[in-house]
Design a binder for this molecule. Structure first.
Ligand SMILES: Nc1ncnc2c1ncn2[C@@H]1O[C@H](COP(=O)(O)OP(=O)(O)OP(=O)(O)O)[C@@H](O)[C@H]1O
Length: 244
């Protein structure tokens, strides 16, 4: 299977000397849904930011869809990100003054591409937002806002969608809807999703889980169940606790 994202020996040391990534090598195949988990401070968000081209690693290489992201200038990286990478954040990151439809087409506009209105409407329909096109985000529930953010991530047909705690601000029911949606865009539409989460139940929606501890890979789990993930995490917590 083709790897859509490939991380080669990633290191990230922040100003001040904190090493957040300490040599992470991992691949994410096309059409897979991967959860990234680990104790607080283990480097999950840093991994996502570096993999998505939102930040630069201090060492190592990032490839997305065969192109080396780390070899490009900042401008080229931004351009690449706008066209090939989708991002879903915990707090949705919608612009409050723009309607649902305007928020969704914004990445295309920023990339200088014309929005195919029919396609945009098709995506919003599929996500159950077909009748909310002209609405402002403040009129929507958290789950609906996150679905707008997912639609926005999908319109540019990115090679991969990175999601950082996409259900962190949602109630149980909306969280389940968003996770089911993420799983369906992978399994029914062949997208690739990498999701950071703290929640073993959320991780169980993924095809596999990567565990991080102290900026290093600390194992993986295929076909995860919430119980199996929680048990692994508890052991990681122990290990980190012992090491500290
Ligand atoms: N901008 C920054 N400047 C300095 N240190 C940082 C910065 N961002 C993160 N760190 C540090 O890097 C380490 C990894 O942080 P990161 O946010 O990637 O972990 P995380 O696993 O996502 O944590 P959490 O689960 O709490 O969100 C931590 O020690 C954190 O304090």
């Amino acid at each position: 299977m083709t790897d859509i994202v490939s991380l080669e020996s990633l290191y990230k040391t922040y100003d001040g000397g904190v090493t957040a990534l300490d040599g992470v090598t991992a691949t994410f195949p096309a059409g897979s849904f991967t959860a990234v988990m680990g104790p607080s401070g283990s480097g999950k968000s840093t991994l996502l930011q570096c993999a998505a081209g939102l930040d630069r690693p201090t060492g190592g290489r990032v490839f997305i869809d065969g192109a080396e992201l780390t070899a490009t200038s900042d401008t080229a990286m931004t351009k690449f990100r706008r066209t090939r990478v989708g991002f879903v954040f915990q707090d949705y990151n919608l612009l409050p003054a723009l309607t649902v439809e305007q928020n969704v087409v914004l990445p295309l506009r920023l990339a200088g591409r014309r929005a195919d209105r029919l396609r945009v409407r098709e995506i919003l329909d599929r996500l159950g937002l077909g009748d909310r096109l002209g609405e402002l985000p403040e009129r929507l529930s958290g789950g609906q806002r996150q679905r707008v953010a997912i639609a926005r991530a999908l319109v540019a047909e990115p090679a991969v969608i990175f999601a950082d705690e996409p259900t962190g601000a949602l109630d149980l029911r909306s969280a389940r809807e968003v996770l089911t949606l993420l799983r369906s865009i992978v399994h029914e539409h062949g997208r690739t999703v990498v999701m950071v989460t703290h929640d073993p139940v959320a991780a169980a929606y993924a095809d596999s889980v990567l565990f991080l501890a102290d900026g290093r890979l600390a194992g993986s789990l295929r076909a995860p169940t919430a119980d199996a993930v929680a048990e692994r995490l508890a052991h990681l917590g122990d290990r980190v606790g012992v090491a500290a």
